[in-house]
Design a binder for this molecule. Structure first.
Ligand code: ADP
Ligand code: MG
Length: 460
């Protein structure tokens, strides 16, 4: 029918606009490497902030003692404690607890957020058992993983530049987040000090390096997306501090804010951006990460409902609700392997209250998910190639057996199998065979928490 034809035209246009042929991805990788250089050259020199982490030594395996970590991400926060046993003991024991951040806390006041976090931390510390030993007279040390852009002033202090993802707490912007946390800890009557403030990417890099000495970069694909890597201190013109004895410095790229004319942006992306808490910012993140993928799919379905009566005469009311289609649901739709796509049918029914969908309609919904996820995964692979390029690890060299391991973490990478497979395949597609064998993607399960504890150990 004419309506079906219109729906197919919308789908076709989406696929064309989201296309990421290898040539285009190579341009994206080149642009990423160029922006990295610009961001390292001067403060404000690029959309990539290329933040100095003050981490100039990564874990060696010799770390010893009891350490805590607190990981504030986009949706959840985790607290953990780990007993480190030095070179031979490694991780003797570890425990964690997880809590969600209520939406009103994400847009309230700094004090409310940090008081809540400190309360949960205090509860967790109170449950410390016999497996964990603090030497007499010692204070508990905490590594604070904070997954938002911070201008660090030392390993254990730094001012919040801006919020991203679903957070918007105005009175925290510009403040030292460690001071905020430390005051809240004190208000709880908890005797604990913050030894390290680390971005989740930096934590993941540290945790990854503890397990594998070939880890050179870390990527987060969760609610948001970001990357960190080990740079030569000499290659950071904007660094005027003391020259680190390791000759290295970990850089938090804040790659979520990357933007280049090569990025395939559709009308749906522009709408998602315009309605977001941070319009004009974090454009790469809005194409790649878990907070936005489901929402982009919803926008496409909305257009099909409006312009092609894709779900019947009227536009389903639920389909108009922003963020109602979450990325985990999109992932379940995408992975449906049943012959009649029954998972797709029940997701449409349960979430969007659309019943009785035909197999053809369900197939189109899967294809939209595939298109949006594929674009995101391929762009994140291009970002990784950009890092390899910056480090001159994207071409075969004579450093025989040199491996480049990228530690990747985050709920999107962990749970969205098609996304992850596509990322890995795209990396192979973009690199020469001789190089792609030496580039390894490694899932670092909760590396950021352990990493923060390890950095607290080496900096306390
Ligand atoms: P954060 O990024 O908040 O630190 P996570 O790394 O756990 O937390 O990532 C959570 C995000 O991962 C969710 O917001 C969601 O977008 C994505 N995610 C979680 N589960 C799935 C899933 N099953 N399929 C696809 N994406 C998922
Ligand atoms: Mg996280």
């Amino acid at each position: 029918s004419r309506r079906w034809g219109r729906a197919m035209a919308i789908l076709k246009e989406l696929e064309e606009k989201c296309a990421t042929p290898a040539e285009k991805l190579k341009q994206v990788a080149d642009a990423m490497a160029v922006e990295m250089q610009a961001g390292l050259s001067s403060e404000g020199g690029s959309k990539l902030k290329m933040l100095i982490s003050y981490v100039d030594n990564l874990p060696t395996g010799n770390e010893e003692g009891l350490f805590y970590a607190l990981d504030l991400g986009g949706t959840n926060f985790r607290v953990l404690r780990v007993q480190l046993g030095g070179k031979d003991g490694r991780i003797v024991s570890q425990e964690f607890a997880e809590a969600s951040i209520a939406p009103d806390l994400m847009v309230g006041t700094s004090k409310e957020l940090f008081d809540y976090i400190a309360t949960e931390l205090a509860k967790f510390v109170a449950q410390e058992g016999q497996d964990f030993q603090l030497p007499p007279g010692k204070k508990r040390q905490l590594g604070f993983t904070f997954s938002f852009p911070v201008m660090q002033t030392s390993i254990a202090s730094g001012n919040l530049i801006k919020w991203t993802k679903g957070f918007s707490i105005d009175d925290a912007v510009g403040k030292d987040v460690v001071a905020e946390l430390a005051s809240a800890i004190e208000r709880q009557g908890l005797n604990m000090s913050v030894a390290a403030l680390v971005n989740d990417t930096v934590g993941t890099l540290a945790g990854g390096r503890y397990d594998n000495k070939d880890v050179i970069a870390a990527v987060i694909l969760g609610t948001g997306t970001n990357a960190a890597y080990v740079e030569r201190a000499k290659a950071i013109p904007k660094w005027h501090g003391p020259y680190p004895s390791s000759g290295e410095m970990v850089i938090n790229m804040e790659w979520g804010n990357f933007r280049a004319k090569e990025l395939p942006l559709t009308e749906y992306d522009k709408e998602v951006d315009a309605k977001s808490l941070n319009p004009g910012h974090q454009i790469f993140e809005k194409l790649v990460s878990g907070m936005y993928l489901g929402e982009i799919v919803r926008k496409v379905l909305c257009k099909m409902a409006e312009e092609a009566c894709f779900f019947g005469e009227t536009v389903p009311e639920q389909l108009k609700v922003p963020f109602i289609l979450r990325t985990p649901d999109m992932s379940a739709i995408h992975h449906d392997s049943s012959p009649d796509l029954s998972v797709v049918g029940s997701k449409l029914k349960d979430i969007l209250k659309i019943s009785h969908t035909s197999l053809d309609v369900r197939k189109v919904v899967v294809e939209i998910c595939n298109t949006v996820a594929t674009r995101g995964a391929r762009l994140s692979a291009a970002g990784i190639v950009g890092i390899l390029k910056k480090l001159a690890r994207d071409t075969a060299n004579d450093g025989e057996g040199q491996k480049s391991v990228i530690a990747v973490d985050g709920g999107l990478f962990e749970h969205y199998t098609e996304y992850r497979k596509c990322l890995e395949n795209t990396l192979k597609e973009l690199l020469d065979d001789s190089v792609s064998e030496s580039v390894i993607i490694e899932h670092s399960n909760d590396g950021s928490g352990i990493g923060a504890a390890l950095l607290a150990a080496s900096h306390s």
